[in-house]
Design a protein around this ligand. Sequence first.
Ligand SMILES: [Zn+2]
Length: 482
Amino acid sequence: MSKTRSTVPARPVFAGVLSPFLPAVFIGCIALALQLAAGSALAADSASWRAGTGRASITPPAGLWMTGYAVRDRPADGTAQELWVKALAVSDPAGNRGVILTLDLCDVTREVSDRVAASLMTRFAIPRSAIITNVSHTHCAPWMEGGIAGLRIFPPEGVAKAVEFRHQLETKMVQAAADAFESLAPATISWGEDAATFGFNRRENPEAQAPALRAAGKLKGPFDPRVPVLAVHGPDGALRGLLVSYACHNTTLSLYQWHGDYAGCAQAELEKRHPGATVLFAIGCGADINPAPRREIAHAEQHGRDLADATDRALRGTMKKVDGGFASAFEDLTLTFARIPTAAQLREAMEKNQPNKEMHQAWSAAITRQLKEKGDAIRFYQYPIQAWRLGNLSWVALGGEVVIDYALRLGREMPGPLWVFGYSTDVMAYIPSERVLKEGRYEGETSMIPHGRPGPWTPGLEDKIVGKTVELVARTKQAAAR
Ligand SMILES: [Zn+2]
């Protein structure tokens, strides 16, 4: 490792990962990351930041089963809107590179994220921490083999199609990222922010009344209206790329057709308004936030226009230039589920005639399978936390369906500009704050059924996640400032 460090003259950007806090299990990965980071830094000769984009359609054919809602009882019958994987690669003046992949999908598994990352690490000599995957959580997306396990027990031909989709998806994700790296070109990267208010806290407000409550200024519960915007301009001043975020479920629609929901509409709208620009959407911590109104395609289009309007207002406002170095960090945190169901509970879930019977049966089958494979170890889960520093801007990418409390608390605890993405790397379950966990209900407890998990999280997860996130952000700030 010392040899590797000495070969990074200007900015040992991943030196932060040498922190004494690091568990021994990561040491092997760190050595590799340092070697790779050194290789990329030495290869650099540009004096400016560079950026590149890539994209591929990932729209499945009709006939695949959908995910997101347990009530769907048949496969998708067509396409209402294309689904995309899009990639934005960046390189700092020293040549340290990263890529974010955003997907119009409901979920992504750790296995998919890791396989794609492994391919990119080898091909482009970058560390694992420099690759983010984020899904928009559209509920009009295909069920992916290995993904959300407690929706229903799919027929064998449905599983076979999902396996095939997953194979093709991984290939397209790698290709989109490769296109982004290979199109890296000098760019001005800047960031700003505006706001949109079509989301509302779905735990605290009745959906039917949400538009009226909003109009009256009487919505309850935490909510984050911010719309962070990252813009990439070429030397000629042309807008080449945008990355837009918002913390709200993509649950406007519940079609039997593929659709990107409001996030898909926002991307399409912005690409129409800005020809030549690739527009990415990365979702924030919107696990307890829903759009309103919803159910109709016109609603998704309206929310998409609201988001596009907010983006254009941000672009016309004060955009700060990304200035400084790139650094990244990635760690897994071991979380635990509070309990494992008994054999009697699993049997009852399989046999009882109850509402959403298929969902309970799928949960029972998933837990039985997990217990057979891993035994009591299914109580433990490796939770992914990732941080990026882009000059003077920090990004955090958290796994799971993260409630809004995390984005608000992390913003309070860390000074300076910070964007917090949820639904990154692995969408394994809801991630409730301590408040939401204590309150229970869907995001705190019962969502573990469709997610195919043994029980609610053990109390204390919020402090653990926030503590590790603060540590990783601090590490990237130090590394990027060197
Ligand atoms: Zn969700």
